[in-house]
Design a protein around this ligand. Structure first.
Ligand SMILES: [Zn+2]
Length: 329
């Protein structure tokens, strides 16, 4: 019997919520071993609101929570983007790696469920709260894989024509394998399918599907329970975020579990509500754009007023991103 700890539901930005204990049982060895940590708060709003380089300080209080999806498939939560983790005879396969100061704690959480090293790190996109551990893990021997645009945005020195946001990463942090449309891993007895969704949260998003487990990792194309950050300056756009939600919903069934970029583990119903909200806001903003409203006028029209209580009290950044997606600025 192992004990897992998970936080309580909703995961609304910046809201502190106490964690509750869930008893879970694992069929494998190590009976009685506790591999999850407890009692943490996420402060997600801080990490997101201030952008990808935020959250570098005050990492001492962060603890990594392990959520078991199958006996060899996990979600790790700490600070920054949620981590996906497949373990087995071939070695650990990790999806995203949060911030560099957390690598030691993340590796301790990995070591609690496998004695094998991290062999692969797949980045869902380039933001620092998902790739901050790349340098540490790359130096430790992990192969980093990402969409080609992640490589470009993390290595702008090589790409003079790159427009919008980027940030030079150390060599060891850069992906060593990149893909365009997608890539498939055959690893730990699983077929892991990675698909690029164009111009969504950024221009380099990957959605990861574990078909046998019926699990998806959506990266930051999905913020559970709140308005998303759509990084238009990194090539993102509202239509791609909606397309990402539809991509997963079309492949979902009742038992599907979805790891969002931020927030608690989700169901297709959570994703459907989120997709519907995105479409509603898109439709309203598109109407205002068609009537010739400027960006500030669209914000002033408060097109999300009836949604804010549920999806977030500060919709301005989201509304501006939707406007800019549609107006093409
Ligand atoms: Zn992001």
């Amino acid at each position: 019997m192992r004990t897992l700890y998970r936080s309580s539901v909703t995961g609304v930005a910046g809201r502190r919520e106490p964690r509750r204990q869930l008893a879970g049982s694992g069929p494998r060895t190590g009976a009685g071993r506790r591999f999850a940590t407890l009692g943490i708060f996420l402060f997600l709003g801080v990490a997101i609101a201030a952008g990808p380089v935020a959250g570098q300080q005050n990492m001492a209080d962060v603890e990594i929570t392990t959520v078991e999806l199958e006996s060899d498939l996990f979600m790790l939560m700490g600070r920054g983007g949620n981590i996906g983790l497949s373990v087995g005879d071939d070695g650990a396969f990790m999806i995203d790696d949060q911030f560099a100061p957390l690598t030691e704690k993340i590796l301790a959480a990995v070591a609690a469920v496998t004695d094998k090293p991290v062999r692969w790190v797949l980045n869902t996109h380039w933001h620092g709260d998902h790739t901050g551990g790349n340098e540490n893990l790359g130096e430790a021997g992990a192969m980093i894989v990402a969409h080609e645009n992640v490589y470009r945005r993390m290595n702008p020195a090589e790409f003079a024509g790159l427009v919008g946001r980027s940030g030079q990463a150390p060599r060891a942090a850069l992906p060593v394998v990149t893909f365009d449309q997608g890539v498939r891993f055959h690893w730990n007895g699983r077929h892991i399918e990675v698909t690029h969704i164009g111009r969504a949260h950024t221009d380099g998003d990957a959605i990861v599907h574990f078909p046998r487990a019926n699990v998806f990792h959506m990266g930051d194309t999905f913020f559970r329970g709140r308005y998303p950050f759509v990084d238009v300056d990194s090539g993102g756009g509202i239509d791609g975020v909606i397309a990402a939600a539809n991509f997963v919903l079309e492949r979902s069934s009742e038992g599907t579990r979805i790891i969002p970029g931020h927030g608690e583990l989700a169901s297709p119903e959570h994703l459907r509500e989120y997709r519907d909200m995105l479409e509603t806001v898109r439709l309203r903003v598109a109407g205002l754009v068609a009537n010739g409203r400027t960006e500030d006028q669209v914000v002033a029209a408060a097109p999300t007023a009836d949604l804010d209580a549920l999806w977030g009290e500060n919709p301005e950044r989201f509304v501006r991103a939707v406007y800019r997606s549609l107006a093409g600025s």
